[in-house]
Design a protein around this ligand. Structure first.
Ligand code: AGP
Length: 615
């Protein structure tokens, strides 16, 4: 997933853009570049590898200007190389472009342009955009960069986020969003404006932002901006005030963003709950859902669509919503849902869970649901994201920016949001009485402290990870509401330490997977003092009988488990519905410390992106 930063104002664009790109490093990239306009000339500096290489190149050959654009590239078409890095300049040097997305018809366009004498300097799909723009300009149809860009992008297929500058009009930037190739945020400053593919890049400069929707474009000057649709019709978008504090977008005293974000969860869960409980009447308040009691009572099915960790969060939420609101819940992968020709009617609610709000598979599932007239909700962390904007109602995670690629605080926040949703639906549908509702709300009030207690054992987990990090295969077992936590624990380990790990419903072991267990297979078992305890103890005994190394996630005070497991990670006793949020904490910490022991690039794991905006 590439990163984009642009600036137009009175300050040194180079510094602002490099700082912004630094804030987007978590997205992963393999080259970077920046272009500024000075004395009506376009100056470009690009390099492969990390931003420090680009900084060094700029230090040895400075560029200055008050209008500029920058980019961190994740190579798709064309190897990671200086000449393939963005920005790309047109053949006659009149325009310069940075781009997120894929020009699906770039070969056809490249051939067409080459037949007209255009010479290309790179192997990228992006370069056809800037050459198209210059060709439209040379037709003389308009001398306005916005109109030229609007006509040029009409030829593109695929999803795009594009930012353009022109030598002829050096006082402005033009940006375009088509489809879901990552967002375009416009930051509103005082005699200066910003554009970025993600909020953290510009949050230290402004909290006031507008977000382009698909098939929208904007012209940005130092003192103004104007949004249009791609027919050239002016639009007045909502101005969002981002509540996150800029500090939360930096690591502070932590070694990695992931470590910081795990540690923040008592705080982030407090923020997720904040403002949504009327503690006088012990009621849940979710006005952003725009839901009336009548509509709530008419809903007969909820389909949760999500990917990766967010999908596992949906598996947990199914338990709350079915038990409390008495609505059937299906949970489906975003990447599968839209190919199933799903059965949907106006009484179906489709709920997307997506931290970034930009995951292309999840967005596609939402579009499918909208086309079939379902009620569309989303649980999102990124304010102003596409999922949030196309939904009939939403619940924000309020977890603050999650920078580490491995999702942690957004995962627990999204489960809390589903708990709130379950109680809210129960209130509106009358499926819970006052006593039950008060208890559920009081239980939720205890959660931050329970999470804080679970976080206290990081030192022991760090030492334990030192015993386990050299194994190459792990098995995670859970039952009931903690089965999805076994899946999530396995994913956390896989994605940051590159160790093979599988999550399984513990009851399934006897149907095959138990053949895997031997002395080389650590087994993580979630064995809480609940109604499945005895069954899980039996599972632990079977694993031990085959020489497996057992790490148990257990309830404080349970000493019996110590006679069965090799390692025990305790969590405080907690209400069953909240146990997944507490039991995942030691698994997050274990995955993190095993990855650190292995010297892995924890915040930017190989081959992964924070937001998957390509199919
Ligand atoms: C989780 O640790 C992974 N980074 C990944 O599975 C992620 O949850 C998935 O890509 C969905 O992202 P989203 O929540 O932004 O839609």
């Amino acid at each position: 997933m590439c990163g984009i930063v642009g600036y137009v104002g009175t300050k040194n664009a180079t510094t602002i853009i490099l700082n912004g790109l630094q804030r987007l490093e978590y997205r992963g990239y393999d080259s970077a570049g920046i272009a500024v306009i000075n004395n009506n000339e376009i100056a470009i500096r690009r390099d492969v590898g990390k931003l420090n290489n680009l900084r060094a190149r700029i230090e040895s050959s400075p560029i200055h200007g008050t209008v500029g654009i920058g980019h961190t590239r994740w190579a798709t078409h064309g190897a990671p190389a200086e000449h393939n890095a963005h920005p790309h300049v047109s053949m006659n040097g009149e325009f310069v472009v940075v781009h997120n997305g894929i020009v699906e018809n770039y070969l056809e366009l490249r051939e067409e342009l080459m037949a007209e004498g255009v010479t290309f300097a790179s192997e990228t799909d992006t370069e056809v955009i800037v050459q198209l723009i210059e060709r439209v300009a040379h037709t003389g149809i308009s001398d306005d960069i916005a109109e030229i860009v609007r006509l040029a992008v009409s030829r593109l297929k695929g999803a795009h986020a594009i930012v353009v500058m022109s030598k002829a009009q050096p006082d402005r930037i033009v940006t375009v969003r088509i489809g879901n190739a990552g967002g375009v945020a416009i930051g509103l400053g005082n005699h200066e404006m910003y554009v970025a593919s993600d909020i953290p890049a510009i949050l230290e400069y402004t909290r006031h932002m507008v977000f382009l929707e698909s098939k929208q474009m904007a012209v940005i000057w130092a003192d103004d901006y104007q949004v249009y649709n791609l027919d050239g019709v002016p639009i007045t978008p909502e101005i969002h005030t981002i509540p996150w504090d800029p500090v939360s977008a930096v690591k502070g005293e932590y070694k990695h963003f992931m470590q910081k974000e795990i540690a923040e969860q008592a705080r982030s869960i407090t923020d997720t709950i904040g403002g949504r409980i009327d503690f006088e009447h012990y009621q849940v308040l979710l006005p952003e859902l725009n839901l009336t009691p009548e509509k709530a009572q008419a809903i007969n099915r909820i389909v949760t669509v999500a990917c990766g960790t967010s999908y596992y969060s949906g598996l947990v939420g199914k338990f709350f919503i079915e038990k409390i609101a008495r609505i059937n819940v299906e949970v489906d992968y975003g990447s599968e849902y839209r190919y199933r020709d799903p059965i949907i009617d106006e009484n179906t609610a489709v709920l997307a869970i997506t931290q970034s709000g930009e995951t292309v598979d999840t967005l596609a599932a939402l579009e499918e649901a909208r086309e079939k007239h379902a009620i569309v909700w989303s649980i999102v962390n990124a304010i102003g994201s596409q999922a949030m904007r196309i939904s009939d109602g939403y619940i924000t995670m309020n977890a603050g920016p999650e920078i580490g690629v491995a999702s942690t605080k957004a995962f627990t926040a999204s489960i809390v949001d589903q708990y709130l949703l379950a109680v809210y639906l129960g209130q509106l549908r009358g499926t819970i009485n006052e006593t039950e509702r008060i208890q559920l709300v009081k239980d939720l009030g205890k959660l931050p402290n329970l999470v804080s207690q679970a976080l206290d054992q990081e030192d022991y987990i760090k030492q334990m990870a030192g015993d386990l990090y050299h194994y190459t295969d792990f098995l995670y077992l859970g039952r009931g509401i903690n089965y999805p936590i076994a899946l999530e624990g396995a994913l956390k380990l896989k994605e940051i330490s590159y160790i093979h790990a599988e999550g399984y419903p513990a009851g399934e072991m006897k149907h095959g997977p138990i053949a895997l267990i031997d002395e080389n297979m650590p087994v993580l078992a979630i064995v809480l003092k609940d109604d499945l305890y005895d069954k899980m103890i039996s599972q632990v005994e079977q694993a031990k009988a085959r020489g497996g190394i057992v790490v148990a996630i257990a309830t404080e005070g349970d000493t019996f488990i110590q006679t069965k497991a090799d390692y025990v990670l305790y969590i405080p006793e907690c209400p069953s519905f909240l146990s997944p949020i507490v039991s995942v904490i030691p698994l997050q910490l274990l995955a993190y410390h095993i990855a650190v022991w292995r010297g892995a690039d924890v915040d930017q794991p190989r081959n992964l992106a924070k937001s998957v905006t390509v199919e």
